[in-house]
Design a protein around this ligand. Sequence first.
Ligand SMILES: *Cc1c(COP(=O)(O)O)cnc(C)c1O
Length: 228
Amino acid sequence: MTLQTRLRDVESRLQEACRRSGRNREEVQIIAVTKYVSTATAEAAVREGLNHIGENRWPDAKEKWETLKDQAVFHYIGSLQTNKVKDVVGKFDFIHSLDRLSLAEAIHQRASLLGLEVPCFLQVNVSGEQSKHGLPPDELGAFIRQLEPFDRIKPIGLMTMAPYESEPEDTRPIFRKLRQLRDDLNRTAVWREPLTALSMGMSGDFEVAVEEGATHVRLGTVLVGKED
Ligand SMILES: *Cc1c(COP(=O)(O)O)cnc(C)c1O
């Protein structure tokens, strides 16, 4: 399948999911996850209008970032070690994996040095799987309050990864829970501004995520494919 065919297919599935759930297509941002593909393929994706790029490791992202930084918005979607923060802040426009205070502090310090503010998603481990990164849902409120001193961090929403399910429908409770967590935080005004964004949905489950309120879907294989 060509990139254009895949894009057309994803776009129509996305529009259908929006239609089913009474949402506007404009509410959902596609992030093209290029970690499995070459810089040439990432460039082709940007030419097709996919100008939000997601990567999860700086060494793999470097060449793509250097090539496309003026044409695309970069999202850091992988787990982030504190000593790698210097590679990410100032290059990536969004961080999707803020999940601990030591990381918040490192991002804040680096951003202060560069005179930046960094929009961040708080990653939540909704499923509770041992292997998954992210904050336990019941620690989210306390965590966000502790971000107060780190004024270079701008929390904009929540991110999660659902466990792999052969039946995409089975991911629905995870996505619904993330939306409820966001709405609860906003209802109790834990943060000074409402958190609006929900980064959820990947190749296997993005339609369900959109039906449950995703504002950012992170699409690799289904969209840009997988090269070795
Ligand atoms: C790799 C990755 C994706 C995209 O995965 P696909 O299943 O290929 O769409 C999305 N989110 C995160 C955090 C990833 O690491």
